[in-house]
Design a protein around this ligand. Structure first.
Ligand code: ATP
Length: 199
């Protein structure tokens, strides 16, 4: 599995549709300061469902939309499409090529699609989490982030490993199921009380 291409349109400094074709192995993006190298990495995180504006180096989510320059008006929406080569079947979906896209409008809200079909953020997260690319985005290591990993608490480190191993998703599901069970038990107790009152 590898990222085959990435298309940015209206995303940060990429006002016009810009496509990057990637090959398996290591890809280096080079360019002068401020030319948009980190914006490409932000686009990768964003299309995979990143929810934190700060992680995308912005103040608010809207900041990912092209804000305009002296020669070009701001745009109303940002779109990023990522195509993944899935010939090895690493993603649990019956396609050898998987396209994930995210669109955001200036008036708010994000739309996601997998292979052209609208879906929820959760569907994108679930699809990717089986391949070790989880919602915490530990696959993208930004500048200065290595220090944070080295300084992480044992619990945080365990989280990184669990996510990479694909266990985190199941732990979260288990926690959710336990919470539901607890509510149910509360309801049952309440029901028992009511039944004995009626009797
Ligand atoms: P460096 O080598 O210094 O780290 P870089 O190549 O990684 O630079 P980026 O940080 O990716 O550069 O890009 C910064 C540029 O993107 C800035 O010129 C900034 O004005 C522009 N930019 C960021 N967000 C937007 C936006 N929403 N609309 C228009 N331009 C934007």
């Amino acid at each position: 599995m590898y990222v085959k291409s990435l298309t940015l349109k209206g995303f940060k400094s990429f006002a016009s549709a810009t496509s990057l074709r990637l090959e398996p192995g290591i890809t280096c993006i080079v360019g002068p300061n401020g030319s948009g190298k980190s914006n490409v990495v932000d686009a990768l995180a964003w299309v995979m469902g990143e929810q934190g504006a700060k992680s995308l180096r912005g103040g608010k989510m809207e900041d990912v939309i092209f804000a305009g320059t002296s020669g070009r008006a701001p745009l109303g929406r940002a779109e990023v499409t990522m195509t993944i080569d899935n010939t090895d079947g690493a993603l649990p979906i019956d396609y050898t090529e998987v396209t994930i896209s995210r669109t955001m409008f200036r008036n708010g809200g994000s739309e996601y699609a997998i292979n052209g079909t609208s879906c929820r953020l959760l569907d994108v997260q679930e699809l990717l989490s089986d391949s070790g690319i989880g919602r915490e985005m530990h696959v993208i290591v930004g500048q200065g982030q290595l220090d944070a990993v080295l300084r992480a608490t044992p619990e945080e480190r365990r989280g990184f490993i669990e996510e990479a191993a694909g266990v985190l998703k199941h732990r979260k599901r288990k926690e959710k199921a336990l919470r539901k069970l607890e509510t149910m038990e509360g309801n049952l107790t309440r029901l028992g009380d009511l039944t004995s009152e009626i009797r």
